[in-house]
Design a protein around this ligand. Structure first.
Ligand SMILES: Cc1ncc(COP(=O)(O)O)c(C=O)c1O
Length: 349
């Protein structure tokens, strides 16, 4: 029988909880919907929307708005259908069959998934006990000779920021492309974006999914204009649909409204951490993202998952993961929902 390639057959699909309960603590989304003002403005415009036309293929306006927001040129920016798509475009454009990407372990799963699906080799370097890049990081790089290194900054699922000096040293290596994935930048306020002005071997990835726009699937990358031109050659036409472009335009034109929401998440993160620190059956990992990783003692994480699930809460636990067997990850929610999580956790203790 005709079959897909063995590498693809052996992959596990990206799955999410198919029937998530009311309280979604598992997906690192924003707990806040888009501000009413933006939704009303979208609603008004949808009435005369020209569904019969293809969208603007270059996302010209949106790139202009992003460029203005971050202080770069439109030519530095490329839009993706979620930053996931941009990860795919980078791997497709930079890596041939003999090339390798290097990623920390643990990190965001899609780097490996996309690379493997594209027949690109993956070298994984285990993080140290603080989930930072290990002391032998550069030896590993010398050994594996990767073409591209992906660093999630802050790292998902651990939540921490890697050592800044290590990343700066890495950027000195002009023969490696470093991709710094700043999907959680809005909660960390730490960025390497200014390095784009002096370093050609750097791409910054950003996502709109964590600040209230997960439903429209949009992210962008910032890079040298020559990279942007080349990456554009592997982009599928019209990758950002018209509806997403409309919402993005309204969102970017009213960014101060969106900013209020991610600032609230940062405040709630501190409150949640304070509440979580009263528990003795887990330790809290340091986080700069909109989620918190907890190291669970004494209980199986699946047991905790099940108890929470009975209380209409879903969290992320890492079934089958050797490194994260004892961890659960919870997304920061609004105060009321965070309190429900705390109450449900108290049933366990
Ligand atoms: C580190 C990291 N990069 C990229 C993504 C993908 O984001 P998007 O929704 O923009 O595709 C995620 C999603 O969780 C993530 O955690």
């Amino acid at each position: 029988m005709l079959q897909v390639r063995a590498t693809v057959r052996n992959l596990n699909p990206y799955t999410t909880d198919e029937n998530p309960p009311l309280l979604r603590f598992h997906a690192n989304e924003s707990p806040y919907n888009l501000p009413t003002k933006i939704r009303e403005s979208v609603a008004k415009k949808i009435k005369d929307f020209e569904f019969n036309h293809y969208p603007d293929a270059d996302c010209s306006n949106i790139r202009e708005l992003i460029a203005k927001q971050i202080g770069f040129e439109k030519e530095n920016i490329l839009l993706g259908n979620g930053s996931d798509e941009l990860i795919g475009m980078i791997i497709q454009a930079f890596c041939g069959d003999d090339d390798k990407i290097l990623i920390p372990k643990p990190t965001f799963t899609m780097y490996k998934q996309i690379a493997v699906a594209n027949n690109v080799n993956v070298a994984e370097v285990k993080l140290n006990s603080h989930f930072d890049l290990p002391g032998n990081f550069f030896e590993k790089i010398d050994f594996f000779q990767p073409k591209v290194i992906f660093l999630s900054y802050p790292n998902n699922p651990t939540g921490n920021l890697f050592n800044e000096e290590t990343i700066e040293k890495l950027l000195e290596n002009d023969s490696i492309l470093t991709v710094i994935d700043e999907a959680y930048f809005h909660f960390s306020d730490k960025t390497f974006i200014e390095k784009i002005r002096e370093k050609k071997n750097l791409i910054i990835l950003r996502s709109f999914s964590k600040v209230g726009l997960a439903g429209i699937r949009a992210g962008y990358l910032v890079a040298d204009p020559e990279f942007v031109r080349d990456l554009n050659k592997v982009r599928l036409p019209y990758n950002i649909n018209s509806f997403s472009q409309l919402v993005l335009t309204e969102a970017l034109n009213n960014w101060d409204e969106i900013e209020k929401n991610f600032l609230k998440v940062k405040t709630e993160r501190e409150n949640l951490i304070k509440e979580l620190s009263n528990f003795t059956f887990f330790n809290i990992c340091k986080t700069s993202a909109n989620f918190v990783l907890l190291k669970v003692n004494n209980f199986k994480t699946q047991y905790i998952f099940n108890v929470l699930r009975e209380n209409d809460i879903t969290v992320r636990y890492f079934e089958g993961s050797e490194l994260l067997e004892h961890y659960i990850r919870v997304t920061v929610h609004k105060k009321k929902e965070n309190t429900k999580l705390i109450k449900a956790l108290q049933l366990i203790e």
